[in-house]
Design a protein around this ligand. Structure first.
Ligand code: GAF
Length: 382
């Protein structure tokens, strides 16, 4: 059964009538440009063929009623005419409540709705299951009520909900790529202007995602701490965002900064430069150059930004040994576990799979999950 079949069938069985429409919004994998988005820098993600799907219909009253298929069919119901507060026990509900609350502040021309959600983006793996949920719920209401909000506004709305309602101070990358992803392309995003450039994925190159299955802990607090360290760095240079600091300017005064802050700043400045170079390399189909940039990015996340963990470093080493100069591999996403992404010639996929299957458990005691993904279209009707 497809996700669309699941949400439509659940809708009919639970609410006793047919959904008016079904929308989807994908998760993402970031090829390079990590922790640069909230520094107004550059990122190069692609949307993936794992997504959240929402079947929905208008209601005659001003209530929002939602069922989450993947959370034991739990239900939530709240009114648009009362203050929308956090749900005490159902965390998934807070993404829906936050999106609806912030949507009301952007365009309140909508009434009640019934929604059924389901998704297959692995949760807690750093592949943006939350952003895909936020964008999908926004898209559902926008489409049902013909709200005059474009997909960039839906992305900003999702980010606002996550920052202000859920409490994670994330940047804009995940929601924006879920909203704007392009089939067979990565997107170079300038997180200051929100301008995008679609970069074609080279023919015969596979996007592999390997979940380390490390239990992620303290992700939000470590994430927010990194963000604060970057803000401290920006204050040192008397700029709003690290985007406005040149590498040479930083190197001239590096020793005056707190050593930890200096490492964080170095990561962000060098990662921005790598991301721009990677967009060129990808566009030129230069997998060797991509490999070098991805390896440097990983080392920078490990040594300067300090967001990798030993099993992730092991995975990267195993894949790197296997592919040599034919492609690249690095940790992807916020860090402290999650996934690595590899770009390899299609014919190397099976040898990478075999190398990881043979060595990862032996080195770490953990079992990986292996995905071969397709760079996909952003949110839209199903
Ligand atoms: C998480 C955040 F949600 C993004 O905004 C981004 O900062 C990323 O971590 C790190 O690059 O996915």
């Amino acid at each position: 059964m497809t996700l669309k079949n699941i949400t439509e069938t659940t809708f009919r069985q639970s609410f006793g009538y047919d959904a008016a429409l079904t929308v989807k919004a994908p998760g993402r994998v970031n090829l390079i440009g990590e922790h640069t988005d909230y520094n107004d820098g550059f990122v190069l993600p692609c949307a993936i063929d794992y997504e959240t799907v929402v079947s929905c219909a208008k209601r005659d009253d001003r209530k929002i009623r939602v069922i989450a298929v993947d959370c034991d069919h739990q239900q939530d119901i709240f009114s648009l005419d009362e203050p929308i507060l956090s749900h005490e026990s159902q965390q998934w509900s807070n993404y829906v409540r936050g999106v609806v609350k912030h949507l009301q502040q952007r365009d309140s021309n909508f009434g009640g709705a019934d929604l059924v959600l389901s998704g297959n983006v692995p949760q807690g793996a750093g592949l943006s299951s939350s952003a895909s949920l936020e964008v999908a719920v926004g898209k559902a209401i926008q489409t049902l009520y013909h709200l005059r909000l474009d997909d960039v506004a839906l992305a900003l709305n999702g980010q606002e909900a996550e920052n202000q309602f859920v409490g994670c101070n994330c940047g804009i990358m995940d929601q924006l790529i879920s909203a704007l992803g392009k089939d067979n392309h990565a997107l170079l995003i300038d997180c200051r202007t929100l301008g995008t450039r679609a970069v074609p994925m080279p023919a015969n190159v596979a996007v592999i995602i390997i979940n380390s299955n490390v239990k992620r802990g303290l992700v939000d607090s470590e994430y927010n701490a990194r963000r604060e360290q970057c803000e401290t760095g920006a204050r040192f240079f008397a700029v709003d965002k690290l985007r406005d600091v040149e590498l040479s300017q930083f190197e001239a005064v590096e020793h005056e900064l707190d050593p930890v802050v200096a490492k964080r700043v170095r990561h962000v400045l060098t990662e921005n430069a790598r991301t721009l170079a990677a967009a060129e390399a990808l566009a030129a189909g230069d997998l060797t150059k991509m490999g070098i940039l991805m390896a440097e990015s990983h080392a920078s996340m490990r040594d300067d930004f300090e967001i990798t963990v030993p099993p992730i470093d092991s995975l990267v080493e195993i894949v790197k040994q296997e592919i040599g100069t034919e492609g690249g591999v690095r940790m992807t996403g916020g860090g402290f576990g999650g996934c690595v992404v590899a770009l390899v010639p299609t014919e190397r996929v099976e040898s990478v799979r075999a190398a990881v299957a043979e060595q990862y458990r032996q080195k770490t005691g953990l079992k990986e999950t292996f995905y071969v993904c397709h760079a996909s279209e952003g949110t839209g009707l199903c």
